[in-house]
Write a protein that binds this ligand. Sequence first.
Ligand SMILES: *Cc1c(COP(=O)(O)O)cnc(C)c1O
Length: 495
Amino acid sequence: MDLHYTSTRNSDVKVSASQAILTGLAPDGGLFVPEFIPTLDVSMSELKDMSYQETAYAVMKQFLTDFTEEELNQCIEKAYDSKFDTEEIAPLVKVDDTYYLELFHGSTIAFKDMALSILPHLLTTSAKKNNVEKEIVILTATSGDTGKAAMAGFADVEGTRIIVFFPKGGVSKVQKLQMVTQKGSNVDVVAIHGNFDNAQSGVKAMFEDKKLAEELAAKGYQFSSANSINIGRLVPQVVYYIYACAKLLKYGEIQEGEKINVVVPTGNFGNILAAFYAKQMGAPIDRLVCASNKNKVLFDFFQTGTYDKNREFMLTSSPSMDILISSNLERLIYLIAGEDTDKTKMFMEELKTDGRYTVTPEMKEKLADFAAGYADEEQTAESIKKTYDKTGYVMDTHTAVASHVCDVYREENADNKKYVIASTASPYKFVHSVMAALGEHEETEDELELLPKLQDVSGTEMPNAIKEILDAKVLHTTECDADKMEDTVRAILGI
Ligand SMILES: *Cc1c(COP(=O)(O)O)cnc(C)c1O
């Protein structure tokens, strides 16, 4: 059966998966959502013996019904290959009595590789299927990890250009180096004077600008998005939750029918929404625990039913979660609104004009699958130290936010299910904060000098992604004000 995609803000929209991937954002500013969430047509006991690639096919074919078996398998093979430093692609590591689903074994050592290594292939396949001959221009706002992962994914992919915007002071030194040293003739990266939300709003405004779209078309360009609002980002993320459940079953850590809880360090709400989709597909998941840092807008939302971005924006040691507008939440709002697009649109308009909205009591009741917690800076650091002292396992700051929230949730709810924590970055990527948490460095010490020290402390080898940037040349130095992003794009494309 064919699965179509509609917009969260207009039920008249009906497009194929490949069209949704190509367009990124629906024309009305809404997000593409499947008309229904498909269920798995294979059992967990069949899944337990599948490789990551086979699992990816079993899951993704249910969502991307207009891709042929050959097309989808080619995308999967090109994405999940030796770019990953482990054959398992997403290994599940048991630490004490908690399972860490390590999503950081790809080319940029953070979880966005899971989706961004396949998105360029889904996108170019979609373009071919829809006879698109224009050059696809990817515009991306990043709080650090997406940018590099997108650049690495798209670099020198024929028929594409990529322009990435990041907040100048809002990313780690390693993240910045990773981006400004990226090779590829179709790649640009721009530091903006502003925060991530400024970058994201600027990109969204360009996508919604019809006049700009016409000008681009006349020059042979078409915008698309690699941000987590693209359905081509979300669908590949559903895979690893199902893979994790299947592996737990395979290794006898859970029994057939036994449910687990997942804890996800959350920013834009893409990763945890994928876990929710996995649950809807039939994965044995009970609670979805949303973990925030001090920017706890989501925690407050789950507590009160009010989403309110009117608050101080804080820079933390988990910068990829320093977000006040979690774009992907719109897809959850749509679901709990009973797929009512007018209602969803109303809430999103309120968010735009007032910076806040409150869902109805009936909608709030439908959030029962979710729990939420947060960690402040001290708790995040303590979590890293505590786990290291007890087990020798070193985790990054984002994962540590989830680890703290997991401990608190487990204790407060006396819920003895097995817990899988989405481990979203390698500790090498946030070495400064990680080593500070372990009490292993002086404030003044250069982040790059800490890398070999982390190697000694953790007993893990420095990933290639890190070794490579240490003596790479800086290739990108463009900066701009937050309100000059469109001018910058015009200058880059020569329009
Ligand atoms: C992007 C990111 C997150 C947040 O994921 P969302 O899908 O935006 O909620 C968490 N940790 C790391 C390391 C990330 O890069």
